[in-house]
Design a protein around this ligand. Structure first.
Ligand code: GAR
Length: 209
C-alpha cells in the first residue's frame, strides 16, 4: 500500500479525483493518509473530512520562520509514514529541506504543457490567462516530480487539450481539469504505486507493466 499525503490550498477538485479513484478501485494499492492545507478556508479540507481522511492545517504564517514551517511539514509527513507527497493545487513553495527529505517522492500537477506557461508566479487561472494571451491552440496539463526549481523536475505524464476560439480563462481551466488533470494525476500516482516510474539521468522513465 503506497501511503500518500495530498497538499492543497483551494477547492481540491484534483484531491477529489484522487479520492474517487481510490474509492472506485481504479487506483488500487494507494491509501491517502493525510490532506495538508496552508489555508484554513480551503474547501479541500472539507472534502477530506467527508471521506474520513485526516485534514491538517499547516500555514507558514503560523510559524516564526520558514525553517520551523519546514520542520512541521516534515514531522507531519513522517508521523503519517507518508511515502509519496502529492501537490494538488498547493500554492506554497516547498521548503528545500522537505524536497531533500523526499527525493523523487513529491509530485505536482501543473495546468499547462511544461515548459510552456510555468515557473515562478505562474499558477492557477493565471496559467490559462497567459495561454489565451499568447494565442496557443493547444494547452494541457503536466505531472512532474518536484525538484529545487519551480516546475523544473522530471516530467512523468502530459496530456494535451484543445484551446477553442471562444474560451475564457475559466472555461479553459475547466476543460483542462476535466480532460487532463483529473485523469493524469490519479494515473501518475497509480504508476508510482505500481513501482513503474524511475528517474534516470534526470528524466522520468515509465516501465511497461
Ligand atoms: C489546478 O488547476 C492545478 O493544476 C493548479 O491549481 C489548480 C487547483 O485546483 N496548480 C498550479 O497552478 C500549480 N502551479 P483544485 O484545488 O481544484 O485541484
Amino acid at each position: 500500500m503506497l501511503r500518500v499525503s495530498v497538499l492543497v490550498s483551494g477547492g481540491g477538485t484534483n484531491l477529489q479525483a484522487i479520492i474517487d479513484a481510490v474509492e472506485n478501485g481504479s487506483l488500487a494499492g494507494v491509501k491517502i493518509v493525510s490532506v495538508i492545507s496552508n489555508n484554513r478556508n480551503a474547501f479541500a479540507l472539507e472534502r477530506a473530512g467527508k471521506h474520513q481522511i485526516p485534514a491538517i492545517l499547516l500555514s507558514p504564517g503560523d510559524f516564526p520562520d520558514r525553517e520551523q514551517y519546514a520542520d512541521a511539514l516534515i514531522s507531519s509527513l513522517k508521523e503519517t509514514e507518508t511515502e509519496l507527497v502529492v501537490l494538488a493545487g498547493f500554492l506554497v513553495v516547498i521548503p528545500p529541506r522537505v524536497i531533500e527529505a523526499f527525493p523523487n517522492r513529491i509530485i505536482n500537477i501543473h495546468p499547462s504543457l511544461i515548459p510552456s506557461f510555468c515557473g515562478k508566479g505562474c499558477y492557477g487561472l493565471k496559467v490559462h490567462e497567459m495561454a489565451l494571451a499568447r494565442g496557443v491552440k493547444v494547452t494541457g496539463a503536466t505531472v512532474h516530480f518536484v525538484d529545487a526549481g519551480t516546475d523544473t523536475g522530471p516530467i512523468i505524464l502530459q496530456k494535451a487539450v484543445e484551446v477553442l476560439p471562444d474560451d475564457t480563462p475559466e472555461i479553459l481551466q475547466r476543460r483542462v481539469m476535466e480532460e487532463a488533470e483529473w485523469k493524469l494525476l490519479p494515473e501518475a500516482i497509480g504508476l508510482i504505486a505500481a513501482g513503474r516510474v524511475e528517474v534516470v539521468s534526470g528524466k522520468a522513465v515509465i516501465r511497461k507493466s
